[in-house]
Design a protein around this ligand. Structure first.
Ligand SMILES: Cc1ncc(COP(=O)(O)O)c(C=O)c1O
Length: 378
């Protein structure tokens, strides 16, 4: 399959294959330098062709955010899957069904209550679950504090039920709020120290803790060492996005994902160019509004991917995007005739990609060389 961008109906989700490969190579090199194993998070792309380039073997390991992803990747031959959202009782039958198909599933929890229902299900159905305890390294969302008595209580509850804890895991999501490389470096060390402390406390209480897992893209790329850690999970680095660029984790020209859109009209008196890509095409994610440079709903580029001066999507309706100069920026008017195609870089790759059923994969001459499906839903 080879098609020019002009032949695509818009909006369309473009994936620059060569840039994605460079992003993966950068993370792989970092993982090698840090001396840990790699369990990439596949929730950003939800696509087997992308996963195959990230995984250490065709069977994994990977991290997923939904059991639908686990199901899809299992169908594609992946056999080592961490489901990294705290488990609930209504999902255990699904986890068990995946195990029965030969998948080594790991689940996570952060309460004695959850340890009890997992233990009850295991004893009732006479099966084993591999359980990691989620540790809160930064006050960001779920997890038990590394110094909390609950950590040991959970590990002991599992142990008593014949399900010795497999390990501990954390995700320092607060790295997304950092304001400088120094802050990200400090957050990376905070994440490492917290998860190692949790593992050591479990060991000091007389239990094993073989897996010590952490990761987010910013902390992974800024960590100076990962002593005591066994495994790193990162995900959004595969595409990067404007949010990561705003954090200083990547450059804008390293973003591998963009939305192809077409000019459908103008409001000249307002300096607006209307595009056929609104928030359905870009997602509602306005993450960069919290950063020093607010990128609206995305940065508008020419077909080669070069940003068009200071033009961003300043507003978005469901199917209409309003392209204009960013507030306060001055410059010559830019007239793009109706029918002109542009590319828009997304604020958050995970949420923009989630709006689409497939990627149009682009090659060196910006031709569309392939179409890769992605999975969605729960
Ligand atoms: C549990 C968990 N691990 C790893 C990651 C990967 O982080 P990032 O997308 O910043 O690479 C995420 C992302 O949200 C996550 O929730």
């Amino acid at each position: 399959m080879s098609q020019s961008l002009e032949q695509l109906e818009t909006p369309a989700l473009l994936l620059d294959e060569a840039q994605m490969d460079r992003n993966i190579a950068r993370m792989r090199e970092q993982v090698r330098r840090l001396g840990v194993s790699f369990r990439p998070h596949v929730k950003t792309h939800k696509c087997i062709e992308v996963a195959r380039r990230m995984m250490e073997t065709p069977e994994g390991p990977i991290t997923v955010s939904t059991l639908k992803e686990a199901e899809y990747f299992a169908q594609q031959g992946v056999k080592d899957i961490l489901y990294a959202v705290c488990i609930s009782p209504n999902k255990l039958d699904h986890v068990a069904a995946l195990q029965d198909r030969g998948v080594r599933m790991q689940i996570i929890l952060d309460s004695v209550e959850a340890a009890r229902f997992v233990a009850e299900h295991a004893s009732r159905t006479d099966r084993h679950f591999d359980v990691l305890i989620e540790v809160d390294s930064d006050g960001h969302r779920s997890g038990v504090a590394p110094d909390s008595p609950d950590l040991i209580a959970i590990a002991q509850a599992l142990q008593r039920a014949g399900l010795p804890v497999r390990g501990v895991m954390t995700h320092a999501g607060s790295s997304y709020e950092c304001r400088s490389p120094e802050e990200i470096r400090a957050m990376a060390e905070q994440e490492r120290a917290a998860i190692v402390q949790a593992a050591e406390r479990i060991r000091a209480a007389g239990m094993a803790c073989p897996v010590v897992s952490l990761g987010s893209t910013p902390t992974a790329l800024f960590a100076s060492h990962l002593e005591g850690v066994t495994e790193l999970r990162a995900g959004v680095f595969v595409f990067f996005d404007l949010f990561m660029a705003g954090l200083g984790v990547c450059r804008i020209d390293e973003i591998a994902l963009s939305v192809l859109a077409t000019v459908i009209g103008h409001q000249k008196d307002k300096g607006w160019t209307i595009l056929d890509a609104g928030w359905m095409a870009m997602s509602r994610d306005r993450g960069t509004a919290r950063q020093p440079v607010d990128q609206g709903y995305g940065v508008v580029c020419d077909l080669g991917g070069t940003p068009l001066q200071d033009f961003i999507l300043v507003d978005a309706n469901q199917e209409h995007g309003v392209m204009a100069r960013r507030p306060g920026a001055a410059g010559e008017p830019l007239h793009l005739p109706v029918g002109t195609q542009v590319r828009i870089l997304p604020n958050h790759a995970c949420s923009t990609a989630a709006q689409y059923g497939h990627y149009d994969v682009t090659g060196p001459g910006h031709e569309v060389k392939d179409r890769w499906q992605r999975v969605s839903g729960w």
